[in-house]
Design a protein around this ligand. Structure first.
Ligand SMILES: NC(=O)c1ccc[n+]([C@@H]2O[C@H](COP(=O)([O-])OP(=O)(O)OC[C@H]3O[C@@H](n4cnc5c(N)ncnc54)[C@H](OP(=O)(O)O)[C@@H]3O)[C@@H](O)[C@H]2O)c1
Length: 260
């Protein structure tokens, strides 16, 4: 590993780091030498170092405050913050079933968690004159899908807009702010979803997996991305090798997005 890619001595916070993309990011940042504190609502069964985990729901104000306090007391602050938490649990049924509660949940989980944690952690980064913030958005910020994920996609678009504005404000003071926007990533949850879809439709899993790719308009590389591939991109952007990158969005979707 070249010196510019090492994260030795860096303190990192990764939200949602016990499964999927977040778990891969935690592993990759640790491999690069960073001390990584992570958070999720539930402690994983295979938790190796409890001192580097805090149970908190970052979709709430209190949860964000707990994460920021724990980070400050255990690591003395953060040099790198990777906001991975996000997702949608909205029911199918289109706009009509997305009531205020569903919209608020989508905004709390996908936008306000990042806004609140950044607000708590940025002052120290600005004082030290350096830092890296990475917001994990989604290609749905530009390529919304109808029905269940309307609110999720709108919240991710807001996160993307906020991220760019923040980059303009804090980059001159030494803090880089970037977006990583995945297309379909084959996490453990995605594998379970494919199995469920296959069972419901009475088809094999390869057919269900292809059906999911087709519903996105196809994936030119012929497969979803792997969590480790997203983590590799995050680790690069967090490293000194990416020192002149800020305010930018990196799409990692195997070519799914059909426009320039
Ligand atoms: N997978 C994809 O295809 C895909 C595509 C585009 C964008 N993304 C984005 O990538 C990010 C990660 O997605 P993923 O699919 O890797 O997720 P995932 O496999 O469902 O994992 C989510 C992680 O976040 C934690 N988490 C969820 N809600 C939380 C909350 N309110 N507070 C604290 N922790 C919470 C979960 O642990 P607990 O359940 O214990 O809290 C878990 O560790 C999300 O922002 C998602 O929108 C994913």
């Amino acid at each position: 590993m070249g010196n510019d890619l090492t994260l030795a001595g860096r303190r990192a916070l990764v939200t949602g780091g016990t499964q999927g993309i977040g778990k891969a990011v935690v592993a990759r940042l640790r491999e690069a030498g960073a001390a990584v504190l992570t958070t999720a609502r539930m402690a994983p069964a295979d938790l190796i170092d409890p001192a580097l985990f805090v149970a908190a729901d970052v979709s709430t104000t209190e949860g964000c405050a707990r994460v920021a306090e724990t980070l400050n007391s255990r690591l003395g602050g953060a040099d790198i913050v990777v906001h991975v938490v996000g997702g949608s649990s909205a029911p199918a049924g289109g706009f009509a079933v997305l009531d205020d509660e569903q919209w608020q949940r989508a905004l709390d989980q996908n936008l306000l968690a990042a806004v609140r944690l950044d607000r708590a952690l940025l002052p120290a980064m600005l004082r030290q004159g350096s830092g890296v913030i990475i917001h994990v958005t989604s290609i749905q910020a530009r390529l919304p899908l109808p029905e269940a994920t309307i609110a999720y996609a709108a919240a991710k678009a807001a996160l993307s807009n906020y991220s760019k504005a923040l980059a303009k404000e804090v980059s001159p003071k030494g803090v880089r702010v970037m977006r990583v926007s995945p297309g379909w990533v084959e996490t453990e949850a995605a594998v379970r979803l494919v199995a469920e879809l296959a069972e419901k439709a009475g088809v094999d899993q390869a057919t269900a997996r292809q059906g999911l790719m087709d519903s996105l308009g196809g994936i030119p590389i012929g497969r979803p991305a792997k969590p480790a591939e997203v983590a590799e991109l995050v680790a690069f952007l967090a490293s000194p090798a990416a020192a002149s990158i800020t305010g930018a969005e990196y799409v990692i979707d195997g070519g799914t997005t059909p426009t320039v």
